[in-house]
Ligand binder design. Sequence first.
Ligand SMILES: Nc1nc2c(c(=O)[nH]1)N[C@H]1C(S)=C(S)[C@@H](COP(=O)(O)O)O[C@H]1N2
Ligand SMILES: [Mo]
Length: 196
Amino acid sequence: MTSTKDSNPGDLPVGQHWIEKWPVRTAEGVPDVDTQSWSLAVTGLVENPLALSLKEVQELGAIEIVRDFHCVESWSVPNNRWKGVPVHRILEMANPTPNAHYAMVRSPGGYETDLPLDVLLQSDTILAWQRNGEPISRDHGYPLRLIVPDLYAYKSAKWVSEIELVGEDRPGYWEERGYHRRADVWSGERFKEDTI
Ligand SMILES: Nc1nc2c(c(=O)[nH]1)N[C@H]1C(S)=C(S)[C@@H](COP(=O)(O)O)O[C@H]1N2
Ligand SMILES: [Mo]
């Protein structure tokens, strides 16, 4: 799926309000992160399963995107300049098999979120380690957090350690607790029943 809208920074989605200070929202507690031994695994329906170090990920060619960040609780943080690697670069190395249609993106503490493969392949879906020129803090997901700018932020998993390619969609942590499977900000897909 692609988003229903090409958003520009500064566009405020329905039901959202701007805030200045970036809050921390963590369901599972901040994991112990050793950046030396950190690895990102790409598993499941792929020709080449991967285990990449942080350095290997960072050397895949970082880009910067400036996008707003929208939590389903209604706050939006404007104008974040994220630096990271587009997830499609990593998936091209892993080479998903033709029956891979979704992915489960996981953090070590048990948080997970499900995303369609085509969302992960979008050019502005990135694994980020910097915001506004500074390393993202540990609370906010260092060393690698997903940024999917047009979806509510519960899709933007922090401390990403595994991307598992799967054939069938399964609900992640918040998706199991009543939140929308797709979570498109511009269609207001907050809760399971908010179908378009
Ligand atoms: N691992 C993990 N990732 C997560 C969450 C979480 O609890 N654990 N919360 C999600 C939600 S609901 C939001 S709003 C954003 C918040 O990111 P922040 O804490 O950097 O503001 O992270 C998302 N990613
Ligand atoms: Mo959130």
